[in-house]
Unconditional design. Structure first.
Lengths: 117, 339
């Protein structure tokens, strides 16, 4: 489970955390039953406020991706609806192609974002 | 403990296996058989019941002679079978792993020590009408232990040389980290089924020991309870872990936040993705030391993250998605050394 946040990106930190976790769930590295680090643990890891992590966790709970159990932390309970096999394969292919052309991840992300809009 | 990764026995390994069977298996069992024959031949001369337990003041536990005289043979046969089975496949070079060799030597020590101690304590009681008058057993036990240690040392030199196995790791591709981006990778890791079964058995054995000792003497209750508590806590703390990689370094934490091990980034010199064979490289599961400056938390066979510390020691944790975890560490290390 990889989480990345960029304080300079202009997107709220809790949104970035939730986004990272959603991406992990889609990529399959965050399986159902997996226990997430406690909010305090993740806050210490990323050097941010614990309430920011809690807010992200609450957001994912409302979406049905995780369950928050008092004293036991957050557990992945649901899958994000949909079959992501084809998407994951397409992503891998796009990245392969970008590597061949020596396109940086930032440039690739920008390209996807622009095309998406 | 068969493992599909292990190669078939080579022509170099076959003589090693023969030596293992002779030294760790046949020898202790043969000694136990001789001891049993001796003790059985003494049966008519023994008091009934015989003394089977001594404390500082003399014999204080009594029982039937027949199960007692067969105990060393049964226990030795069980342990030797286990020891030989564990070393059934020596390394392709004909050498043994450190753990295999240690187990063979222990098998000799266990079998000889048990046979001598039991035979001596039975010999003391020949011709005594009442077992309460049995002489003190401690000198014979000490002699038994000394002989056992001596023969175990001899066995060490007769056995094939030991060699530590270390698999070669691969360097991970550092993940992409831009500017002020912060990354945190973590994953939970659980002990796999086979060692879980072994741990369950260990707890069961501890429980049995407690029940037996408590029925023999009630003042061992505290001692027994302490054993069970110790084994249970040990089992629990080794069962579930959280592995993380972030700005603080490489962190592994047990179920209750303890045991905890953190290796800060500035003490890491190298990161690798490794493929671990628990029994061959570490001699088992749990928090292990392999004897070649490598320690680790080994929960299953397969992929893991290995970090080399600045003092040259290596630390391994078996964890899923090791590629990403190691990639995060590699990226953070690059960033760390750039600043």
């Amino acid at each position: 489970m990889l989480i990345r946040i960029d304080p300079a990106s202009g997107i709220a930190l809790f949104d970035q955390i939730a986004g990272s976790l959603r991406a992990s769930a889609i990529a399959g590295t965050l399986a159902v039953g997996e226990r997430l680090p406690s909010a305090r643990e993740l806050a210490a890891s990323l050097d941010i406020n614990v309430h920011t992590v809690l807010r992200a966790y609450q957001m994912l709970r409302d979406e049905g991706l995780i369950e928050l159990r008092p004293g036991r932390g957050a557990i992945v309970t649901g899958r994000i609806a949909g079959d992501y096999e084809a998407l994951n394969q397409a992503v891998a292919k796009v990245i392969d192609e970008a590597r061949k052309l020596a396109i940086s991840p930032t440039a690739l992300a920008a390209l996807i974002r622009e095309t998406y809009q | 403990m068969k493992n599909s990764i292990q190669p078939e026995v080579t022509s170099l390994a076959a003589p090693s296996r023969a030596r293992v069977i002779a030294i760790g298996g046949v020898f202790p069992v043969a000694v136990a058989i001789v001891a049993t024959i001796l003790m059985v031949s003494w049966l008519p001369e023994l008091p009934d019941p015989i003394a089977i337990h001594w404390s500082g003041a003399g014999a204080d536990g009594f029982g039937e002679a027949v199960p007692f005289v067969f105990a060393p043979l049964v226990l030795t046969a069980m342990f030797s079978t286990f020891a030989v089975a564990w070393s059934w496949k020596p390394l392709p070079s004909g050498k043994l792993t450190w753990n295999q060799k240690f187990l063979q030597v222990t098998s000799v020590w266990f079998g000889i020590g048990l046979s001598v101690a039991f035979t001596a304590s039975v010999a003391l009681q020949r011709g005594i009408p009442d077992a309460r008058d049995a002489p003190d057993v401690w000198p014979s036990l000490a002699i038994g232990a000394a002989i056992a240690f001596f023969l175990a040392a001899v066995a060490w030199f007769l056995l094939p040389a030991s060699e530590s196995v270390t698999s070669q790791g691969t360097e991970p591709r550092p993940i992409d980290v831009q500017g002020d981006e912060r990354v945190s990778w973590s994953r939970s890791a659980k002990l796999s089924a086979a060692p879980l079964l072994v741990t369950g058995l260990a707890v069961l054995v501890a429980l049995t020991i407690v029940v037996v000792t408590v029925t023999v003497s009630s003042n061992s209750l505290v001692f027994g309870a302490a054993i069970v508590a110790f084994v249970s806590v040990l089992a629990l703390t080794n069962f579930w872990w959280r592995v993380s990689a972030d700005r603080r370094g490489f962190i592994v934490k047990g179920l209750f936040g303890w045991p905890r091990r953190r290796i800060p980034l500035d003490r890491i010199t190298e990161v690798a993705v490794v493929d671990i064979d628990p029994t061959r490289e570490f001699g088992g599961w749990g928090w292990r030391w392999s004897g070649d400056g490598r320690s680790g938390i080994i929960l299953r066979a397969g992929e893991g993250i290995e970090v080399t510390q600045s003092n040259g020691k290596r630390f391994v944790v078996t964890v899923d998605d090791a590629k990403t975890g190691a990639g995060v560490l590699a990226a953070l290390l690059q960033k760390h050394t750039c600043h």
